[in-house]
Design a protein around this ligand. Structure first.
Ligand code: GCO
Ligand code: MN
Ligand code: MN
Length: 412
C-alpha cells in the first residue's frame, strides 16, 4: 500500500486533480514489448485514486465499456462504476471517445477516406457522449490520434479539414439538441500514431475552432508533452489558449526533448517550464480540472503506478507553493518592479489607434541609441528563479540572508 506522505503538498479533493482510467490503468506495453502489469478494474482505480486524494477520474468509452459489450453488459459495468464513484466520492469531469484503437480507424475517424467509417466515428462519439453525460461529465475531449496521414497523395488535406469540421459541427448540434451542455476540448498532437496528424498544435486548433459553426462550444485540451514534441514552448501555447478564453481542459505530463510521446510523470523532466506553467494556471484563475495524462514507467509494478500518481499531484502542489513564494519574494518582486518601471508607460496611446495619435507617433523622435544600449537584468532574474525552484530561497530567512549577501556585493 502506497504510504501517503501527509504534509502541505498532500493532494486533496479541492486541488481538482484527475487521472484517466487509461493512465494509471496503462499496462506498460509498447511497440517493442509486451504488457508488464495486470489490468486494474475501473472501480478499483476509483478507490485507489480517491485514497490518494484525487478529485476525479476521466475515461474513453472503451476504458470502461469494451468495444463489443452487449447493452446488458454495458449496464452492469456502468452501474458498478457509478457505485464506486459514489462510495469513494469521485467525479467524472471529462469523458472522451476512443477513435484510434480499433482497426476500423486505420485511416482516421472523422477524416477517414471511407464515408461509412466517418459515419461510424460520429455514431461512436455520440454514444460516448451519452455515457459521459450519464456519468456527469461537463467536458468532452476529442483527440484525433488517427486523423492524419503517412501519404499525402492519399488524401487532399482540404477534404480532410472539411470532414473534420463537418464532424465537429454535427456533434455540436447533437450536444445542443440533447442539452448535454458539454464543452468540447480539442487536443492537438503533431504525430504518433500517424506519420503526421492534422491540426498539429494547440495554435492550429485555436485557429480551426473559429471556422466551426458553434465556436463558443469548442475550446482546447492542450497536452504539455504534445507541444514539447513539436519543439514548442508549451507555456506560451497554453497562455494563448487562456488569452482566447479557450482553455477548457489540460493534459499535464512531461517529456524528454525530441522523443516519441513519452507521457511521463508531471514535472519529471522540465522543472522550470512546469513552474511557469503552474504559475500561469494558478494566477490566471483557471478553474478546470488538473488532469494528468501520463503513465508510470514500464519498469514499475502496481506499487510504482501509485507512486507515479502521487508524484504527479505532489509535484503540482510543490510548484504551486513555489509560485506563491515567487510572488512573495522581495528581491524577485523588486527586480520585476524595476524592469517594469524602466519600461515606462504607453505615452503614445498604443492601446487604441486614432488618426491623431498616429500622426503624432509618426512625427515623434526616438533616441534609438540610448534605447538600444540599455541592458536588462534577466540573467539575475532567472538565477533567482532557479535558486527559488531549487529550494535555497524558500523561507523568509533564506531571502534575508541572500539580500544581505547581495548588498555586501556577493555574486547572485
Ligand atoms: C496521447 C493522447 C491521449 C489522449 C487521450 C484522450 O497521449 O497521445 O494524449 O492520451 O489525451 O486519448 O483522448
Ligand atoms: Mn492527452
Ligand atoms: Mn501524450
Amino acid at each position: 500500500m502506497t504510504k501517503v506522505i501527509a504534509d502541505q503538498f498532500t493532494p486533496k479533493k479541492e486541488d481538482r486533480f484527475t487521472f484517466g482510467l487509461w493512465t494509471v490503468g496503462n499496462r506498460g506495453g509498447d511497440p517493442f514489448g509486451d504488457r508488464v502489469r495486470t489490468a486494474l478494474a475501473p472501480p478499483y482505480i476509483v478507490k485507489k485514486l480517491s485514497e490518494l486524494g484525487a478529485y476525479g477520474v476521466n475515461l474513453h468509452d472503451n476504458d470502461l465499456v469494451p468495444f463489443d459489450a452487449t447493452p446488458a453488459e454495458t449496464d452492469k459495468i456502468v452501474a458498478e462504476f457509478k457505485k464506486a464513484l459514489k462510495d469513494y466520492d469521485m467525479k467524472v469531469p471529462m469523458a472522451t471517445v476512443n477513435l484510434f484503437y480499433h482497426p476500423i480507424f486505420r485511416d482516421g475517424a472523422f477524416t477517414a477516406s471511407n464515408a461509412k467509417i466517418r459515419a461510424f466515428a460520429i455514431q461512436k462519439t455520440m454514444k460516448a457522449m451519452d455515457l459521459g453525460a450519464d456519468l456527469g461529465a461537463s467536458v468532452f475531449v476529442l483527440w484525433g490520434g488517427r486523423e492524419g496521414v503517412e501519404v499525402d497523395a492519399s488524401k487532399n488535406a482540404l477534404d480532410a479539414l472539411k470532414w473534420y469540421r463537418e464532424g465537429i459541427n454535427y456533434l455540436c448540434e447533437y450536444n445542443a439538441e440533447q442539452k448535454y451542455n458539454f464543452k468540447f476540448a480539442l487536443e492537438a498532437k503533431p504525430n504518433e500514431p500517424r506519420g503526421d496528424i492534422y491540426l498539429a498544435t494547440t495554435g492550429h486548433m485555436l485557429a480551426f475552432i473559429e471556422t466551426l459553426d458553434q465556436p463558443k462550444m469548442v475550446g482546447v485540451n492542450p497536452e504539455v508533452a504534445h507541444e514539447q514534441m513539436s519543439g514548442l514552448n508549451f507555456y506560451h501555447g497554453i497562455a494563448q489558449a487562456i488569452d482566447a478564453g479557450k482553455l477548457y481542459h489540460i493534459d499535464l505530463n512531461d517529456q524528454k526533448p525530441g522523443r516519441y510521446d513519452q507521457d511521463l510523470r508531471f514535472g519529471s523532466e522540465s522543472i522550470k517550464p512546469m513552474f511557469h506553467l503552474v504559475r500561469l494556471l494558478e494566477e490566471s484563475g483557471y478553474k478546470g480540472s488538473l488532469h494528468f495524462d501520463a503513465h508510470a514507467y514500464r519498469t514499475e509494478d502496481e506499487e510504482g503506478v501509485w507512486s507515479f500518481a502521487l508524484g504527479c499531484m505532489r509535484t503540482y502542489n510543490i510548484l504551486k507553493e513555489k509560485a506563491r513564494q515567487f510572488a512573495g519574494d522581495p528581491e524577485i518582486q523588486e527586480l520585476l518592479r524595476d524592469i517594469k518601471a524602466a519600461g515606462g508607460t504607453d505615452e503614445y496611446g498604443l492601446n487604441k489607434y486614432s488618426k491623431d495619435k498616429a500622426s503624432k507617433l509618426k512625427a515623434a523622435t526616438f533616441d534609438t541609441e540610448a534605447l538600444a544600449k540599455r541592458g536588462l537584468p534577466y540573467e539575475k532574474l532567472d538565477q533567482l528563479t532557479t535558486e527559488l525552484i531549487l529550494g535555497v530561497r524558500g523561507s523568509a530567512a533564506n531571502s534575508d540572508q541572500l539580500r544581505s549577501q547581495v548588498k555586501a556585493g556577493a555574486r547572485v
